[in-house]
Write a protein that binds this ligand. Structure first.
Ligand SMILES: NC(=O)C1=CN([C@@H]2O[C@H](COP(=O)(O)OP(=O)(O)OC[C@H]3O[C@@H](n4cnc5c(N)ncnc54)[C@H](O)[C@@H]3O)[C@@H](O)[C@H]2O)C=CC1
Ligand SMILES: N[C@@H](CC=O)C(=O)O
Length: 817
């Protein structure tokens, strides 16, 4: 007759409205005949279990619970069938239940039979409701109580169908019922000795597959409240993608490792018959869902990922195991005898240790069993120890297409390494369909997301924290807002701003702050800046990568870099304090990078958006030797001396440069030459010379009297600079020269910063606006220096330099830019 089987879960039958929706779904299909297996209404099985347990325990509250449960079903029935519908069938189920509960409460103990009987009543009730509602809608529907036909026996692997009695009973039932829509009670069945029982947890899916098989259905549709099987648990990976096809094997692997796909046992009747299973959404019935069948597609090679927690590693180690046949048998025999289920096994080819991953609750039992089984070897020292490591999770990477495809494991392990996840044990079977990786439980979500992103199942997410959004920071966030969507689309990169702080307050956000709307978000923040909490939030354990972009000029913030880097937080900054500051802090930062396997990028500290540090690195990395570095390294001072012709006072130009965002937060940093001295120190250290800031000979333009005053007083007294500079300019002109602010550094350790009088035809005399110029003389570039030139200050170019560093970090983490 062309039967199609449908199984509806509890969420699809939770109330009258949902039961109507189920009828609509069934009615809209053109199946020749339908066998519809139903679960209990959502929450009812648990409520029944509580009810019978409480009654047996003498809890007088059971009558109230029973009335509540009856009320829920009566309400659904009257809503579906009308106020005057005959509810005798429902009353009879509840009357029998009340008698049984009363008996249990008198006996004061709970029998297995009573528990099984009561637990299965939810399906009896929901099947009764759906059948009657379908009939009220004019459909020819029959209710099949699985307790009358489905006979099972208990085996080590669970309950299995007794084929002959079941088929005989079903044939007898069908002889008197020829409806084209048969509504079957899921979950319930009968034991071979006649007792009413259940198929156990997740039994309704299993019932669906059993009845699909018994009715010789062409397909089994499992209706639930999601559109199908996702590539990962969406609570851990919100970007998880829907899988349109899976093979039985892939579904089994994912299901075993805890994915809420379908119970693996459910698949057995379907696999035997080669019947497709389709996971679909009752509330989005037009969606095709996920189709599970014998063959899937080899692409993508990794289909899905799951994690299973609450595990422990149990390790047996000792030289006495090497080459000794039968050790593994003894290990697993002992674990079996102790009733310990082994989730994963790993043994290196040295045979020096055997490691098993077991449920955390069984770890103590497993260790005791192994200590007992190997007591003699432990005493003799041929086995050193049986140890257990708690707080373990296993990540399973699943896909048929992994088989025979080189590089998959490399990609998995690379992504875990980049996300700084330590691998505790690995297992891959010869089917190559599943790579299982044991990691610390605290790393599980990060590991899951990192591998998910590595296979482009979701974007590479970098958790970003921004410190000090001032002139440069504002523009950086604008640039990020403008490019974010394109980066997600083109490079699968999600630079997610999850924290922003200024010098007073911080805003920490779980799912991300819109970089276009950060001013409002930060304005509403009240939590005071607390840098440890800030870093903890950015280094979210569930996100694979963390990055702090420091856009302040603060030495205090730079003092945190080493700690952040050591914790695996990457740092990008235009702040010169770390690169030019205290030598021991600088060395600590370098050491922390290695320790945390993290990246520190600071290209914008010298020349803003110009490729100065990367050019120097390229020269050094290719084996060149730097002889000297000379140039104009301050955008502000370049601009000031390009403009300073005596027509306006020098102080007026300084004010304009400040308004244009060229100067440091305190313009004395530029005018004193300290900003350039810092840049020179950064370049020297990059070249491998241990220069300290105090080793740089600096000529300051700031008069002695203005050096120690507050910034606002200094700005008010800026005119005090004018006279000395006007005199200096006049003197240079008399000698046919121009004034420029020049920096010089050489391999002998000489470093000088100050005003130079240069001939009017000097190369440094013809720069425009904020142009920096940096000349590298090296062994290769000795006659004619290598020159980098261009705008060296201003929020736009500096922010772009910072952004480029952020993208370099993302590329190193695996983003395909
Ligand atoms: N403006 C430019 O052309 C260039 C600037 N830079 C560097 O970029 C950085 C930012 O420069 P601007 O944006 O121009 O400065 P800015 O003064 O406009 O912004 C700095 C921000 O950092 C915040 N801040 C200061 N101390 C802080 C602390 N302890 N904690 C949190 N936030 C703090 C301030 O409130 C301010 O919002 C500086 O390090 C500067 O040297 C580098 C190259 C070029
Ligand atoms: N104030 C600095 C900004 C870049 O570092 C400059 O003028 O160069």
């Amino acid at each position: 007759m062309g039967w199609v089987a449908h199984k509806f879960g509890g969420s699809s039958l939770a109330d009258a409205g949902r039961i109507r929706q189920v009828a609509t779904v069934l009615g809209a299909r053109d199946d020749a005949a339908q066998v519809v297996v139903v679960s209990a209404m959502a929450g009812v099985t648990d409520a029944l279990t509580r009810l019978v347990t409480d009654a047996a325990a003498g809890d007088a509250d059971w009558r109230v619970q029973l009335a509540g449960l009856r009320g829920r079903h009566v309400e659904a029935a009257t809503t579906l069938l009308g106020e005057h519908a005959d509810l005798g069938w429902l009353d009879s189920v509840f009357a029998d239940l009340a008698d049984l509960l009363h008996a249990q409460s008198l006996l004061g103990s709970l029998s297995r039979e009573a528990l099984d009987f009561v637990q299965g009543l939810g399906e009896v009730l929901s099947a009764g409701l759906l059948t009657r509602y379908l009939r009220s809608q004019g459909r020819e529907a029959a209710r099949l109580d699985a307790r009358d036909v489905l006979v099972v026996s208990e085996t080590e692997l669970g309950r299995v169908v007794e084929d002959t009695p079941t088929r005989d009973r079903l044939a007898a039932w069908r002889a008197v019922h020829d409806a084209r829509c048969v509504v079957v009670t899921g979950f319930v069945c009968r034991a071979a000795d006649g007792r009413i029982t259940t198929l156990g947890r997740n039994g309704s899916d299993y019932s669906g597959a059993i009845f699909a098989d018994l009715f010789d259905a062409t397909a089994l549709h499992i209706w639930t409240d999601v559109d199908g099987v996702l590539s990962a648990d969406p609570r851990l990976v919100p970007e998880a993608v829907l899988l349109d096809r899976l093979s039985y094997d892939e579904a089994c692997e994912l299901a075993y490792f805890g994915a809420r796909v379908i119970h693996p046992q459910t698949l057995a009747p379907a696999i035997r018959r080669g019947m497709p299973i389709v996971i679909r959404n009752t509330f989005n019935a037009g969606h095709p869902g996920t189709r599970i069948e014998a063959e899937s597609s080899a692409q993508p090679p990794v289909k899905g990922l799951t994690t299973i927690g609450d595990l422990a590693i149990v390790n047996l180690e000792g030289a006495g195991m090497i080459g000794v046949p039968g050790t593994a048998e003894r290990v697993f025999g002992a674990l079996h005898d102790a009733g310990v289920s082994v989730v994963m096994i790993s043994q290196g080819s040295s045979e020096h240790s055997i490691c098993s991953v077991v449920r955390a609750a069984q770890a103590g039992r497993a260790v005791a069993a192994l200590q007992h089984a190997f007591a003699a070897e432990l005493a003799a020292g041929s086995i050193h120890a049986v140890t257990s490591t708690p707080d373990i999770a296993v990540l399973a990477v699943v896909g048929d297409g992994m088989a025979g495809t080189p590089g998959i494991a490399a990609q998995v392990f690379n992504s875990l390494a980049r996300a700084q996840v330590n691998i505790r044990a690995i297992a891959q079977g010869a089917s190559e369909r599943n790579i299982s990786i044991a990691v610390a439980a605290g790393d599980a979500s990060r590991a899951l997301r990192a591998v998910h992103a590595a296979f482009f199942l979701s974007p590479q997410t970098v958790s970003v924290g921004i410190v000090g959004p001032g002139n440069v920071g504002r523009v950086f966030l604008q640039q990020l807002a403008a490019r974010g969507e394109e980066l997600r689309r083109r490079a699968n990169l999600d630079l997610r701003v999850r924290a922003i702080a200024n010098s007073r307050v911080q805003c920490l956000h779980e799912s991300g702050i819109d970089p276009a709307a950060w001013p409002e978000t930060l304005a509403a923040a009240t939590a005071p800046l607390e840098l440890d909490a800030f870093a903890d939030h950015v280094r979210a354990p569930h996100l694979p990568h963390a990055l702090i972009v420091d856009l302040s000029a603060s030495s205090e913030i730079a003092g945190h870099y080493a700690g952040w880097l050591a914790r695996g937080i990457h740092v990008v900054t235009p702040n010169k304090q770390a690169g030019s500051g205290d030598w021991s802090r600088y060395q600590a930062i370098r050491a922390a990078q290695a320790e945390g396997r993290s990246l520190f990028r600071y290209e914008a500290t010298v020349g803003a958006g110009l490729p100065v540090i990367s050019t120097l690195r390229d020269l050094l990395d290719t084996g060149d030797d730097i002889l000297s570095i000379e140039g104009i390294l301050s955008g502000t001072l370049a601009w000031l001396f390009n403009r300073f012709d005596g027509s306006v006072p020098f102080s007026a130009l300084v004010r304009e440069a400040r308004e244009l965002g060229y100067t440091e937060p305190d313009p004395r940093d530029d005018l004193s030459g300290m900003d350039v001295a810092r840049k020179l120190t950064i370049l020297a250290r990059e070249a491998g010379w241990s220069l300290r800031l105090e080793d740089v000979e600096v000529e300051s333009l700031v008069p002695e009297a203005l050096r120690g005053v507050p910034r606002e007083d200094f700005l008010a007294r800026l005119h005090e600079l004018d006279e000395a500079l006007a005199t200096r300019l006049a003197g240079a002109r008399d000698r046919g020269c121009i004034l420029r602010h020049v920096a010089h550094l050489d391999a002998e350790g000489r470093a000088r910063v100050g005003i130079a009088e240069l001939p009017a035809d000097h190369a440094f005399a013809h720069l425009a606006l904020t142009d920096n110029i940096i000349q590298f003389r090296s062994r290769r570039y000795c006659d004619n220096p290598l020159i980098v030139r261009g705008p060296g200050a201003g929020p736009d170019v500096t922010a772009a330099g910072v952004f480029a560093d952020v993208l370099r970090v993302a590329a190193a983490l695996g983003a395909q830019l």
